[in-house]
Design a protein around this ligand. Sequence first.
Ligand code: GCU
Length: 408
Amino acid sequence: MIPYKHFKFFVGFFLLMTQYSFAQNNPTPLKFQVPPLLVLNNGKSISTPKEWEQLRRPEIKQMLELEMYGKVPGVLKISSAKILEIDNQALNGMAIRKQVQLTFKGNGKELAVEILMYLPKGKKSFVTFLGYNFSGNQTINRDSSIHTAKAWNGLAKQPGVESANWPIESIIQSGCGVATMYYWDIAPDKNDFSTGVYPLLYKQNQLKPNDDQWGALAAWAWGLSRALDYLETDKNLDAKKVVVIGHSRLGKAALWAGALDQRFAGIISNNSGCGGAAISRGKEGETIGKMNANFPNWACGNFKKYSDHESNLPFDQHMLLAMMAPRPLYVASASEDQWADPKSEYMSAFYATDVYKFYGLKGLETNIFPKIEEPIFGQVSYHIRNGKHDILAYDWNNFIQFTRQFIK
Ligand code: GCU
């Protein structure tokens, strides 16, 4: 016989464990308050891809454009694309490296941007990831042939310092290509609109974009589309399989590019957080108010009125994600990135899945937050990596697997 005092302990322990395992098996479903995705601004519900494409999607595009990211104020095409260098034996013979300079002209000014590409050899049709880098093309690999970007911030960064964020060799080995540019070359990341692309499209005497005209996120998104214009002319790759990708602020830009430009075959957001994948209402970490205060150049002037007034937004970020439908979309978070807020990123992709369902496609099927490093693959995919705000090999490996499954 077990003595009573031990028995009490035993029963107590048993009860505790059953409660614990009940909680484990029944994690709390998440909920964020968001404006309805499938109801038109006039109150009517929609239920078909046609209604989505012809009625609701244009409404959402217009709201995001006028109230958040800002309109591109004119048309500016590539005025020349110059192949500066090409090497068919790059990375020890594994890849083709290409460096191409795009030039834009407007108002008597000129803007030059360099695209660096690594492409797999001997393949006809493959996925190319297109995304900006944070610190200059030379930082993505130790390859000494990469041209050093203009040092906007003083000293140029050392070659290869961001190679952990760009596992080029394994991307090439997996049969995919990469194309990248330095984001400052399109629009310097500072609250000053006198350089970069902006002045090329100013009207007479204009010194900064109007309140409904582009902020930096929209300017960077515009740059991604111009890069795609070039890639469409490049015979070394298949421009129908370009997947736009970005980390953090560059993930916000990649999402807006993917939303506006349906030529992108797929869209990947890594830790894009506030103003990117994450729902703004009820968000932890960075809020719209904080983002607008710390980075006033990112969104358009009109967006400032929503600082600390998220509930007045006529939209939320799940609508941005829904604009990708029916193309494959991947949202990735990191467990220690509360600033971006993984749960609000996940729920945004979960809500956006409703539009994918119109097309008979599977996305995120439950509002129960997934476990760390248990990716969910679908036309809308998601993972939460263990660790900090960053884009690392674990993320890329999943992105590669995702493109294998969903980019046909
Ligand atoms: C800051 C900013 C984020 C952004 C990040 C980044 O943390 O608040 O919104 O995503 O920078 O770009 O790394």
